[in-house]
Design a protein around this ligand. Structure first.
Ligand code: A4P
Ligand code: MG
Length: 168
């Protein structure tokens, strides 16, 4: 499919995470919202995983998943749409950086684009280190998926520690 101006879509992976207010429900609701996003098509979604929290101690476990979109939106437009979904789902930030949240949507990859905008870094700078992202990503991507600046998905998976991560 092409947009009216003939532009081709880009494949973009989105990371979903929640550890407040029925996390699995938050993630499923967000997947439904991604399915309805204008200018996008939801192509694949990973299983949902329960994952140990990274960040300040005392947080509950997270539920994480990854979705693959085909999108005609520019990267910053897509980020705006993701942040609208976060706010619609009542994102509460009461734990500071890396603290608990009802919904976090991270733009992990936008094709093979690299970007260092004040509002958007691509690929997501933490992607390469995080088993709670790499494990669900591997559900829906090939091992040779390029992560610009970091290598291939299968190499990164070998270097991460999946301890405590369980499919729901
Ligand atoms: N921003 C820049 N690049 C991006 C990108 N690629 N995708 C900017 C999304 N946003 C991006 O993010 C702050 C700003 O980053 C945004 O306004 C956007 O312009 P935020 O999500 O509002 O703030 P934050 O979440 O507190 O910080 P940060 O660094 O984004 O945290 P993360 O990386 O999202 O990590 N443990 C487990 N098990 N599972 C999790 O999902 N998540 C976090 C949060 C911590 N621990 C976790 C999990
Ligand atoms: Mg975030």
């Amino acid at each position: 499919m092409q947009s009216e101006d003939g532009a081709l879509p880009v494949r973009s992976f989105i990371g979903l995470g929640s550890n407040l207010d029925r996390p699995a429900h938050q993630v499923r609701t967000a997947l439904t919202a991604l399915e309805g996003l204008p200018g996008c098509r939801l192509l694949r979604q990973s299983r949902l995983y329960r994952t140990p929290p990274l960040g300040p101690p005392g947080q509950s476990d997270y539920v994480n998943a990854v979705a693959l979109l085909e999108t005609w939106l520019a990267p910053l437009e897509l980020l705006d749409r993701l942040q609208e979904i976060e706010w619609r789902q009542g994102r509460i930030r009461n734990g500071g950086h890396w603290g608990p949240r009802t919904l976090d949507l991270d733009l992990l990859l936008y094709g093979e684009q690299r970007l260092a905008d004040p509002r958007l870094c691509l690929p997501h700078p933490q992607l390469r280190y995080r088993a709670f992202v790499l494990v669900p990503l591997a559900d829906i991507a090939e091992g040779d998926l390029p992560i610009p600046g970091a290598g291939r998905l299968d190499e990164l998976l070998r270097g991460c520690d999946p301890a405590g991560i369980e499919a729901l």
